[in-house]
Write a protein that binds this ligand. Structure first.
Ligand SMILES: Nc1ncnc2c1ncn2[C@@H]1O[C@H](COP(=O)(O)OP(=O)(O)OP(=O)(O)O)[C@@H](O)[C@H]1O
Ligand SMILES: [Mg+2]
Length: 244
């Protein structure tokens, strides 16, 4: 069976900078796949490519049996690809409930009812609050709820746990495991929290300066000498990067 997402030979150049070089990555249905690496490694650029925000310089991507070609954000969303952003991109003046409602009106049937999603991500009681009034970590959780309201096949999360307290991280991890397991979503998770990656993810790909330097199980890649060296070069070992 084809993987849900199959990326081959993908490169992105910004002028003279190779932000992503010859990336290969496969992600199965129901799999949670971590994309990790030091700052500037190219992780967000990969998410931007898959979600149609960044054209590829080379390579191809397939979603199931379909070749994706050059995507736009709209065509990516129509194919069932939803994402969150490293810096939350919400409708600041709209309420929490309306931010989710807008997404679930985009033509696909929601996975859960909007109110249920808000509760599942841990924002119960905040439905009427303006998104811009939420704490930064809560804005990230609202982005996760909004992405899920699109009923995606593939969910791309760019550092969703940054700025969250431990109990919010644990709730988010349970939710991601549930939607991957019960609904068969594939999840690509960019995350610096090594404890979360080890607990939650089935596979991991590590990037450094745009190149994949390791891929495999989280435990194996995080003890790979090339990965340890890459993080030490960035002044922290993976286990010290952001403890859970
Ligand atoms: N639109 C752009 N124009 C020019 N350079 C860019 C652009 N977007 C990213 N870059 C550069 O590409 C490289 C990869 O950036 P990217 O944001 O993908 O890294 P990252 O792994 O997500 O890092 P971080 O962990 O800090 O979020 C960096 O050197 C960055 O400065
Ligand atoms: Mg990034």
């Amino acid at each position: 069976m084809s993987p849900l997402l199959d990326i081959r030979g993908v490169s992105v150049r910004f002028g003279g900078l190779a932000a992503v070089s010859d990336l290969a990555l496969a992600l199965g249905q129901g799999e949670i796949h971590a994309l990790i690496g030091p700052n500037g490694a190219g992780k967000s650029t990969v998410i931007n490519c898959i979600s149609g925000f960044q054209p590829l310089s080379a390579g191809e991507m397939r979603l199931g049996d379909e070749r994706l070609g050059q995507l736009t954000p709209v065509t990516a969303a129509r194919k069932g690809i939803a994402r969150t952003f490293q810096t939350p991109q919400l409708f600041g003046r709209l309420s929490v409930a309306d931010n989710v409602r807008v997404a679930s009106r985009s033509g696909r049937t929601g996975l859960f009812d909007g109110g249920e999603l808000i509760e599942l991500v841990g924002l119960a009681g905040l439905q009427a609050r303006a998104a811009e009034s939420l704490a930064y970590g809560q804005q990230r959780l609202l982005e996760v709820a909004r992405a899920l309201a699109c009923a995606p096949r593939l969910l791309l999360l760019d550092e969703p746990a940054a700025g969250l307290a431990a109990d919010d991280i644990a709730r988010l991890a349970r939710l991601l495991r549930r939607i991957a397991g019960e609904l068969g979503l594939g999840i690509l998770l960019v995350e610096h929290n090594v404890g979360l990656v080890k607990r939650l993810c089935d596979q991991a790909t590590v990037m450094h300066h745009g190149l994949v330097i390791a891929s495999g199980s989280p435990a194996a890649v995080l003890s790979d000498p090339a990965v340890v060296t890459a993080y030490l070069g960035a002044q922290a070992s993976p286990s010290q990067a952001r403890p859970c």
